[in-house]
Design a protein around this ligand. Structure first.
Ligand code: ANZ
Length: 925
């Protein structure tokens, strides 16, 4: 090969790797293991753009580096293949989502293979594959068949709960269950009908049915998570979303709240990411206390983080959804309250919390009594109080809480500052009598005062200390087609699991992917969507499917043992691979996927099915690659466009232009006119002969015509250039715009590497001579840098080090085998195709991916020679490179023998030779 023919090289090695299964990981190896994982993609119709592979390239470099270091590396890839886009497409076109998904996956794999990833494709998973979702369903069954025992602090099989209930009832049970679950004695339990026992168990199961208030999007026919709703509209499609109560499957993630927080301490994740999870889980320590209702026997319970402010309470606020609202509204207030509750129900939780300025509320007409002072306090309804948090009721302390303050201001309610435990308002104090004994809070720091207040509340049986978590149980159903069917059928109202032998419960065919006319999910359209139970009778199956995050909550275990038909992952495979050593993916999964995956891992661990309770030891969020959009400025209301630098002279509106029509910001007018029929007649005001576009850095997307695909780059420069260039753009975690300005430089670099091994006429030119100290120094400097940088997951700096090294070796005209062999291995994680080719040419057997990674030798990095300035009679005449460890006598001899010095001596014997080792040689004649 005369020059760097990247197409030929890359095709050759991609075929070879596939044929030889080079990157197949071994489940029973004596080598140490290393598990590198990317967050698997949802295969969208648009394919990969250059932003997607950023993380994949980084993880691939780490995988290859670890292979070179002698690890048995697991580096798999798969597809998160259930999801909304394929289903929306199905609704529009009638195309089965399975077909769309399959096509998209093929496209993705093709694109990935062209980048030369070292994946073990034999372990590929697709979440929509029945052989895979069988186990997703199986895990769901385990969740249904488990409960959480607080004393043991873990999930246990439901049978253990049944045994406890039979023997001793639930009185002494310390378990996670629905709010307000009544206690039963053993007798009561044993006397319950089967139906009632099942209903009771549902209050404890880790997967349970509950009526929940959800974001219902009628247009999409499904429930959306809070993340998927923006300002009352669906993020996807912008359809209106309303709050609605629905029966939903939920998972009791709240049982794991504390463990999910504590587990973070031991993970090698960024502090920022940990903080996001901590905030999401939202632990708050405080107390719950009861306020008696005036004129009634009942009490309203509130949750407060500041029980020490109890003497500053001047009113109470209830969530509009609170069941107290209806009970406490007086006839005079009924119309106003009804109206208010209706309005509030259409505001999303996020809006209700964030719109601090929009203070709204309504008086119920009723009062509670202050638990210490007995003073009546008005009860209001306010939508800043959330139904699902705490008790849905707040003791309002306007002097100490901003939202309560705003509310008190707006509705003219008293504001009472608490100083040293008691109220500031002496008049109040006097009027209400001396019964208030708030002395117990005097002179304490807030923290102490809170503790003291809780003690007092508990002693007087007014309240108890309580830790609350903001996280809610996770809704686990979607009223959609393209997801895993829940392995559940109904005997009347009672949900029952299908038998394990009937898994997978295959997603049925339907005539349309829409909800039915009566609003039932698409599965209601399936013929015969029933289950034949052991009693021989047929029962209706659940019609909702699992949410998108089901399959992604455990896929990292499946890769360990992907073909296992007997188990989701064998114990042996799990014992060997244990957990993911390095996980790379987008920051947008901070609260969704990463929490669910941790939750399922802890659950499987509790049941003894796996050996670890954290799935991802180290995690890195790669930055986004933004698009660099091109804009052409249209003179408003015309079909005339003006070059960017002249645009201020006109009234213009920018229009996105496909980036493929633009080079160095200059628009190809010919192509532009052909781009769209309405532009065929377009006019231009140019600058000289050129028409310049403006630009904007923004998200890469089809609608902005700024998408660059890896295929485009590979076509022009090859995958090795793409890989190195993406790394060269900057630190992995940073977001950066795609900008091809530097790509030529990287391409030239790889050509330069090629030319180190080949002479001008393209022939192999590597020689067996021994290396010089400078060559050794150059390569060992690179070895050191690359090792150190990859160790700390820096990918841009080793690319520069390799460039420096190649420049130096080129300048030294180094074609020496022992140097170039090292260079080839150093380069191989970054530019694996080129490295394999050179490795083969060097006569090496086997893949460069398994060659030992070079280690540097510190002694080569030290300066071993020094360039002595040699003066004759005080005038600098020449310079000489001499070893630093030479004796002054040897230096003198070497200098006097040297030809340039002989010339200056002109046959004379020097009178004096002054040698300063490591500095200078001076000759006096
Ligand atoms: C009295 C008080 C005085 C409060 C004070 C705060 C400051 P975190 O930290 O988020 O847990 N609260 C309780 N339940 C609520 C609900 N369902 N919706 C909205 N707000 C609720 O917040 C707990 C505090 O938020 C509680 O403590 C309560 O107000 C309010 F100087 O009680 B606090």
């Amino acid at each position: 090969m005369s020059n760097y023919d990247f197409r030929k090289i890359e095709n050759k090695w991609q075929d070879r790797w596939k044929k030889d299964q080079t990157f197949r990981a071994d489940n029973s190896s004596k080598k140490p293991k290393y598990y590198v994982l990317d967050m698997f993609p949802y295969p969208s119709g648009a394919g990969l753009h250059v932003g997607h592979p950023l993380g994949y390239i980084a993880s691939d470099i780490v995988s290859r580096f670890k292979m070179n270091q002698g690890f048995n590396v697991l580096h798999p890839m798969g597809f998160d293949a259930f999801g909304l886009p394929a289903e929306q497409y199905a609704i529009q076109t009638g195309q089965h989502p399975a077909i769309t998904t399959k096509n998209n996956i093929e496209r993705y794999k093709d694109q990935m293979n062209k980048i030369g990833f070292a994946y073990d494709w034999s372990r590929e998973v697709q979440t929509c594959d029945p052989a895979y979702y069988k186990w997703t369903q199986w895990i769901f069954m385990k969740l249904f068949d488990s409960w959480y025992e607080r004393d043991a602090d873990k999930a246990r099989p439901i049978d253990a709960l049944i045994t406890i209930l039979e023997k001793s009832g639930s009185e002494r049970l310390n378990a996670v269950c629905d709010e307000g679950t009544d206690h039963l004695t053993a007798e009561q339990w044993n006397e319950l009908t089967w139906e009632d026992q099942q209903k009771y168990l549902l209050k404890y199961r880790m997967a349970f049915l509950a009526e929940t208030s959800v974001n219902w999007c009628a247009a999409l026919g499904t429930v959306l998570s809070n993340d998927e709703v923006k300002d009352g509209y669906s993020e996807r499609g912008g359809h209106p979303v309303e709050r609605k109560k629905m029966m939903q499957w939920c998972l009791r993630i709240t049982a794991y709240a504390e463990r999910l927080i504590k587990g973070l301490d031991h993970l090698d994740w960024s502090e920022a990411l940990k903080e996001i999870q901590r905030n999401w889980i939202g632990r708050s320590q405080g107390g719950e206390l009861d306020f008696p209702i005036q004129g009634k026997e009942e009490r309203i319970r509130v949750f407060t983080t500041r029980p020490d402010t109890i003497f500053g309470v001047t009113f109470m606020t209830l969530a509009p959804e609170s069941e107290w609202v209806d009970k406490l509204t007086t006839p005079e207030q009924r119309t106003a309250v009804k109206q208010y509750v209706k309005e509030a129900s259409n505001r999303s939780e996020r809006d209700r919390l964030s719109e601090v300025k929009r203070v709204t509320g309504v008086f119920t007409g009723s009062y509670v009594l202050h638990p210490f002072t007995q003073k009546p306090l008005p009860i209001w309804v306010a939508d800043y109080v959330l139904a699902g948090y705490g008790t849905g009721a707040v003791m309002a302390v306007p002097a100490h809480d901003t939202r309560d303050f705003a509310f008190a201001k707006k509705f003219n309610l008293p504001i009472l500052k608490v100083i040293d435990g008691g109220p500031e308002d002496e008049a109040y104090d006097a009027k209400e009598g001396k019964a208030i004994n708030s002395d117990f809070l005097n002179g304490l720091e807030v923290k102490e005062a809170i503790a003291r207040a809780i003690e007092r509340l508990e002693a007087q049986e007014i309240g108890i200390g309580k830790i609350n978590y903001r996280i809610r149980d996770a809704i686990f159903t979607r009223q959609r087609y393209w997801g895993e069917p829940l392995p559940v059928y109904f005997k009347g109202e009672i949900p029952c699991l299908v038998s394990e032998k009937d898994l997978p419960l295959i997603l049925p065919e339907v005539d349309k992917y829409l909800p039915t006319e009566s609003g039932e999910p698409p599965l209601a359209r399936a013929k015969n969507w029933v289950y034949k139970a052991e009693d021989g009778k047929e029962y209706p199956l659940e019609k909702s499917t699992m949410p998108g995050w089901a399959g992604s909550s455990w896929y990292f275990f499946r890769y360990m043992d992907a073909d296992n038909a007997q188990a989701f992952c064998s114990k042996d495979a799990q014992a060997y691979w244990e957990s993911v050593d390095l996980y790379i993916g987008g920051a947008e999964h901070a609260t969704g996927h990463l929490l669910y995956a941790r939750f399922w891992t802890k659950f499987l661990y509790d049941l003894g099915l796996i050996n670890t309770d954290e799935p991802f030891k180290k995690l890195v969020n790669q930055g986004m690659i933004q698009g660099r959009s091109s804009l052409a400025y249209r003179i408003t209301g015309t079909n005339k466009f003006v070059s960017a630098n002249l645009k201020d002279q006109y009234e213009t509106s920018p229009m996105h232009v496909d980036v493929s029509l633009v080079k160095d910001d200059v628009l190809d007018l010919e192509k532009f006119r052909k781009w769209r029929p309405d532009l065929a007649e377009a006019d231009f005001i140019t600058e000289g002969s050129k028409f310049y576009c403006g630009f904007e850095v923004e998200k890469m997307s089809k609608s902005r015509f700024n998408v660059v695909t890896p295929d485009d780059i590979i076509e022009g420069y090859g995958a090795d250039t793409l890989r190195m260039y993406e790394m060269f753009l900057g630190p992995l975690e940073q977001s950066k715009p795609w900008n091809t300005n530097g790509i030529d430089g990287v391409f030239k670099f790889l050509n330069k590497v090629w030319r180190l091994f080949h002479n001008e006429t393209g022939e192999w030119a590597v020689v067996d001579d021994s290396a010089s100290p400078q060559e050794l120094k150059s390569i060992h400097t690179a070895i050191k840098k690359v090792n150190e940088d990859l160790q700390r997951l820096a990918f841009n700096t080793p690319v520069s080090s390799l460039m420096i090294c190649v420049n130096e070796l080129t300048a030294l005209k180094c074609r020496k085998r022992n140097i170039l062999e090292i260079l080839t291995v150093l380069l191989s994680p970054f530019a694996p195709h080129l490295a394999e080719e050179l490795w083969e040419c060097l006569g090496q057997k086997g893949t460069v991916a398994r060659a030992p990674f070079p280690k540097h030798d510190e002694s080569f990095l030290l300066e071993s020679t020094y360039e002595y300035p040699v003066s004759v009679n005080g005038k600098l005449r020449t310079k000489m490179d001499l070893a630093l460890d030479m004796s002054p006598g040897d230096i003198e001899k070497a200098v006097l023998d040297a030809e340039p010095v002989q010339k200056w001596l002109d046959g004379k014997t020097p009178k004096k030779v002054i040698v300063v080792p490591g500095k200078i040689v001076n000759i006096v004649v």
